[in-house]
Design a binder for this molecule. Structure first.
Ligand code: ZN
Length: 234
């Protein structure tokens, strides 16, 4: 028996005992299906914002910092499919979900003019203590999925989170922003100077984190920023 046949046989046995399941409905995935079964893929609440210059992600961030373009892959609703997937990614150690959603967003973006102009993809960083807790940065996984499809470099070392920002609901917007701004820093300014950076996060809610990250990046000479998130909370 050839090496290849052995490989196929052992892989077949592996999936017989450990079938790959759809993350949403737990049905057994067929050959070629990844993370979601075909029927769940069609349920993904896609926004198609990448082809809409004036979308709700743009509106939510407009006037807060200058950016080239902003988009979100899908609608994030309470108990919705995207909330379930991002929960699996953030709290159930399902890292494949991040790569998968990132590759779907990257596929949507790769042929748009503004996304072709991107030089670097930079994920919103996690604080060291959170990173230690979770073991990985979910936004980095999303960025890696995007980078592969868009054929753009992904850099997680260009934006650093100095401290964990706690819930800030009782503070005013100005106080929140001041607190957030100091939370991020750019350790290698020369590496981003003159670049168009695509900032990537999992969900856009108030946009405070994205805003603070963008403002840190925009302190560097001739930097332009665009934003992409998987979900937009609606
Ligand atoms: Zn399914």
């Amino acid at each position: 028996m050839s090496h290849n046949t052995w490989y196929q046989l052992s892989r077949g046995l592996f999936y017989l005992f450990f079938p790959r399941l759809c993350v949403a409905c737990s049905s057994t995935l067929r050959t070629g299906e990844r993370v979601l079964c075909l029927s769940c893929v069609t349920q993904l609440p896609e926004t198609d914002y990448h082809s809409l210059p004036e979308n709700d992600t743009v509106m939510r961030l407009a006037g807060r910092f200058p950016f080239v373009q902003a988009t979100s892959y899908g609608y994030f609703t309470h108990d919705g499919l995207l909330q379930h997937l991002l929960h699996q990614l953030k709290y159930a150690n399902n890292q494949e979900v991040g790569l998968y959603l990132g590759s779907r967003l990257g596929t949507a973006l790769k042929n748009t003019d503004w996304a072709q102009d991107i030089d670097l993809i930079v994920p919103v960083p996690l604080h060291r203590s959170r990173m230690h807790e979770r073991g990985y940065n979910q936004s980095l996984l999303i960025a890696q999925g995007m980078g592969k499809m868009m054929q753009k470099p992904v850099r997680a070392d260009l934006l650093i989170r100095n401290r964990q920002t706690r819930s800030q609901t009782k503070k005013t917007r100005a106080e929140r922003l001041k607190n957030m701004e100091a939370a991020f820093c750019v350790p290698l300014p020369d590496a981003i100077s003159g670049k168009h950076i695509l900032l990537v996060d999992d969900v856009l809610t108030t946009g405070a984190t994205i805003e603070a990250c963008a403002l840190a990046l925009l302190t560097i000479k001739d930097v332009r920023v665009s934003v992409a998130t998987i979900g937009i909370a609606v």
